[in-house]
Structures are given as structure tokens and as C-alpha cells.
Design a binder for this molecule. Structure first.
Ligand code: ADP
Ligand code: ZN
Length: 302
């Protein structure tokens, strides 16, 4: 089976052709500019292949409800050129094959659960800390969905008493993303996050906020593994601080080794390194293909 995968990010798109076990045969990166240009290049890349299905893991917010008239759209993104953009429709117009469509973090959660750090478990949470903060959850073996997809990056956290940074979420100002995503780190310390490597106070404060959010995800979703990826998490020292803060916050309330002696194996980096998103996109393609096969066989056409 040949599958196409699109990991659509705010800065770049990663496209790959791979197969049903998630192996990548060919890949390219395309800068995210305006839809005509970026999607034009995506289509150019896939044209050379005879694909069975395509999976898209996209930045959001997106409409993932197949019953909705706006299904397949990127909806209220602050990226103006992509506002109300019919993403699935644009791909479908050129490739009349099954298309899977979900958030980038849901794709990554799917890949980590099938092939990465949460392999063999029926639940996990994948959190990205990059230009934004978002998370995808697998619950009882399935992606968590409801009215729409979760937006876990925009929850409220307690401020650190010494932190005067206002926050930069255009919707909520000092939600988690407004205080702890990459651009917030840069806004607070006046330097790019990747240039603050040696400033331990930066990563201590970063973890103070991330740990509060993770505590709430643990209490509400009770995932069997928590995976932290995204550009900011390249600062591996954040893991040590987070482990410490989570233990302080929970204060032994959950008496399980995952939250005490083995917390290093519970809150972990991605097993697929930087490929969780793109491998997840391939798996979304596989799911879309399988759904279509099931529909055909149920309707007696196969
Ligand atoms: P995106 O969120 O657009 O998919 P990334 O996950 O790479 O992309 O996140 C980009 C953010 O991560 C930027 O704010 C950048 O400053 C930050 N970042 C990238 N590399 C590092 C690093 N090594 N250490 C800390 N922050 C980083
Ligand atoms: Zn917000």
C-alpha cells in the first residue's frame, strides 16, 4: 500500500510517501506561505505516486466532524491566508482517494500509540510545545473527540508570583499557550527560546507552567503515558523540572509508581523522535483507506 502523509504546520509542511507500517519512503519539507503556493507544491510532490490514501495532520483549529458543512476546513486560525480554508477539498479535487483529516497532535498521538513510546498501551497523551501548545489523547484505543477536537493548550494555569509577562494568546492572553509556548518564552526573556539554553530560570519557570497543565490532564484523562514533543522540548532539562513539579503538585495523591518512583518512564520524549506527526499522518491515511474498504464490503460492493 502507498500512503501519502501531510504534517501541516504553521512554519512548514512535511509531506511523505510511506506504507501501512508507518515507514517513510520519500519526504519533503515545504514552507508554509499561502495556500495556493504551499498546497500547489504538496500536490506536485504526490503526483508522481499511485497513492491509495492520504492522511493529513493539520494545525488548527480545524473542523473534524464529518457531519459538519465545514468538515475538512482549517477554521478560525490567526494565520489569515488559511482562515476558512477547505484543506481536504483542495486535496480531494486532485486525488480522488480516501483522505484522513485530524489535528497535528492527534496524528502524533496516534503514531506514538501505534509505534512509539506508548506502543502496546490503550491510552496516551501527546503534547506539543512549539509555536503553540496542543495535545491529542488516545482513550480506550481511540482518539478523543467530542464537539470538536480538544484544545488543551488554552487551559488556565496559576501565575508564578514573580512572572510579570502578560501573556500573548490573542484570545485569552495568559492561558497556558500564552505563557509557555515558544513565542511566549521569547516575549518574556527577549531572546529566542533556543538561545536561552543556559538560563536555568527560564526552564524552571517553563516547567512550573507545563507541570500544572500536565497535572490537570493526569487528573482528568488518566493517560497511561505522557509524551512531550515540539521545538521547545528539545531542552531536555525541562523533563527533570517537570517531574519534580508534578510530584510537588500531586503531593502523593495518586499512589502509583508512574507518578513517583518511575515518573521518568511516565512523562517522556517521543519514541519516534521528530517523526511522530508525519508518521501519524500516514496512519490517518491508512485509517481512511480501511474505513472505505469496510464501507464497500458492508454495502456488498466488494
Ligand atoms: P511548530 O510549532 O511551528 O510546528 P516547532 O515545534 O519547531 O514548530 O516549534 C517552534 C518553537 O520552538 C519556536 O518558538 C522556537 O523558538 C522553539 N524552539 C525551537 N528549537 C528550540 C530549542 N532547541 N530549544 C528551545 N526552543 C526551541
Ligand atoms: Zn489561549
Amino acid at each position: 500500500m502507498f500512503l501519502g502523509g501531510i504534517e501541516a504546520g504553521g512554519t512548514k509542511f512535511v509531506c511523505a510517501v510511506g506504507n501501512e507500517d508507518g515507514s517513510i519512503l520519500k519526504r519533503i519539507e515545504i514552507p508554509t506561505t499561502v495556500p495556493e503556493e504551499t498546497i500547489g507544491k504538496v500536490i506536485g510532490f504526490f503526483k508522481e505516486f499511485e497513492l491509495n490514501a492520504i492522511g493529513i495532520g493539520s494545525f488548527g483549529p480545524i473542523d473534524v466532524n464529518p457531519e459538519s458543512p465545514a468538515y475538512g476546513y482549517i477554521t478560525t486560525t490567526p494565520k489569515k491566508a488559511w482562515n476558512n480554508y477547505p484543506f481536504v477539498q483542495a486535496i480531494k479535487e486532485k486525488f480522488n482517494i480516501p483522505i484522513g483529516f485530524h489535528t497535528d497532535v492527534n496524528a502524533a498521538a496516534l503514531a506514538e500509540s501505534a509505534l512509539g513510546a506508548a506502543k502496546g498501551l490503550n491510552s496516551c497523551l501527546y503534547i506539543t510545545v512549539g509555536t503553540g501548545i496542543g495535545a491529542g489523547a488516545i482513550v480506550q484505543g481511540k482518539l478523543l473527540e467530542g464537539l470538536s477536537h480538544p484544545e488543551m493548550g488554552h487551559i488556565l494555569v496559576r501565575r508564578h508570583p514573580n512572572d510579570n509577562y502578560k501573556g500573548n494568546c490573542p484570545y485569552h492572553q495568559d492561558c497556558l499557550e500564552g505563557l509557555a509556548a515558544g513565542p511566549a518564552i521569547e516575549g518574556r526573556w527577549n531572546k529566542k527560546a533556543e538561545e536561552l539554553q543556559d538560563r536555568q530560570e527560564v526552564w524552571d519557570l517553563e516547567s512550573f507552567y507545563l507541570a500544572q497543565a500536565i497535572m490537570q490532564y493526569v487528573l482528568i484523562l488518566s493517560p497511561k503515558k505522557i509524551i512531550l514533543g515540539g521545538g521547545v522540548m528539545r531542552q531536555k532539562q525541562i523533563f527533570t523540572y517537570i517531574h519534580k513539579y508534578i510530584q510537588q503538585l500531586l503531593n502523593n495523591y495518586i499512589g502509583l509508581p508512574e507518578l513517583s518512583t518511575s515518573i521518568e518512564d511516565y512523562i517522556v520524549p517521543p519514541g519516534l523522535k521528530e517523526d511522530s506527526g508525519i508518521v501519524g499522518a500516514l496512519l490517518l491515511g491508512k485509517q481512511a483507506y480501511q474505513k472505505k474498504e469496510t464501507r464497500l464490503s458492508e454495502s456488498g460492493m466488494k
